[in-house]
Design a protein around this ligand. Structure first.
Ligand code: PEP
Length: 247
């Protein structure tokens, strides 16, 4: 049995006061039972990690990216060790907005995930095909090659989460069909099995326009262990029902 993970990716949204209000609202609107069913994670902008970790209670705090080494002359990067020392538990790496918009390749993503794991963080490694790749029937091949290139050797259920996010479903209101999501998640699990040995406990999240009205059906799929949520994680009214859908 894998414990669900509902992760909110705030991207470059929400300032300090808004972030504090949102975390407080999530705490006020949730019960102990909600946290019994799943881990709840929010990933704010870097400067909010420490102040939010101070008030987050049962909610976990994650970063949206990290540097590929512990320390050094890497202007603008953030050390995963520093993140861990500030109360961060998870870091998203290889989000499609960084793969496409910041030209990050599998090798860099693997190095970031490895550095995060070395610092004691859980790396959430994102993979996903473009619309054209799906139309051409190449979705599974593309995702398999991203996994092979970006998962650090020796990863396990404690330090790795995989997020399958079809690029065409992110922020568009389009979601993959339940059958396509389950098929891809099963294929990812098979590949993790080949790469790492036992993958039965590794959590695989679905991301791409997850909302209150589609969360229950997606989260009920056999190999879907949670969700990576963008837009709907920015308000308690839209994020809370997704957390409650894990019941
Ligand atoms: C994301 O940014 O990872 C994401 C899934 O966004 P959205 O939920 O808005 O599609």
């Amino acid at each position: 049995m894998r414990r669900a993970l509902i992760a909110g990716n705030w991207k470059m949204n929400l300032g300090l006061e808004e972030g504090m209000v949102l975390v407080q609202s999530l705490l006020n609107q949730s019960s102990a039972e909600d946290f019994a069913n799943c881990d709840v994670l929010v990933c704010p902008q870097m400067p909010l990690i420490a102040p939010l970790a101070d008030i987050a209670g049962n909610i976990k705090i994650g970063a949206q990216d990290c540097g590929a080494t512990d320390s050094g002359a890497f202007t603008g990067d953030t050390s995963p060790q520093l993140l861990a020392s500030l109360g961060c538990d998870y870091v998203i790496v290889g989000h499609s907005e960084r793969r496409a918009g910041r030209f990050e390749d599998d090798g860099l993503i693997q190095a970031k995930a490895g550095a995060a794991q070395k610092a004691g963080l859980t790396a959430i490694v994102c993979v996903g095909e473009s619309e054209m790749e799906r139309e051409l029937g190449n979705a599974e091949t593309i995702v398999a090659s991203q996994l092979a290139g970006s998962i650090p050797e020796g990863s396990n259920a404690e330090n790795l989460v995989v997020a399958y996010e079809p690029v065409w479903a992110i922020g568009t209101g389009k979601t993959a069909s339940e059958a396509d999501v389950q098929e891809m998640h099963a294929s990812i699990r098979d590949q993790l099995e080949d790469l790492l040995g036992d993958a039965s406990k590794i959590r695989i999240l679905y991301g791409g326009s997850v909302k209150a009205d589609n969360a229950k059906a997606l989260l009920a799929l056999k190999d879907v262990d949670g969700a990576l949520v963008g837009g709907a994680s920015l308000k308690a009214e839209s994020f809370m029902p997704i957390i409650k859908a894990t019941k």
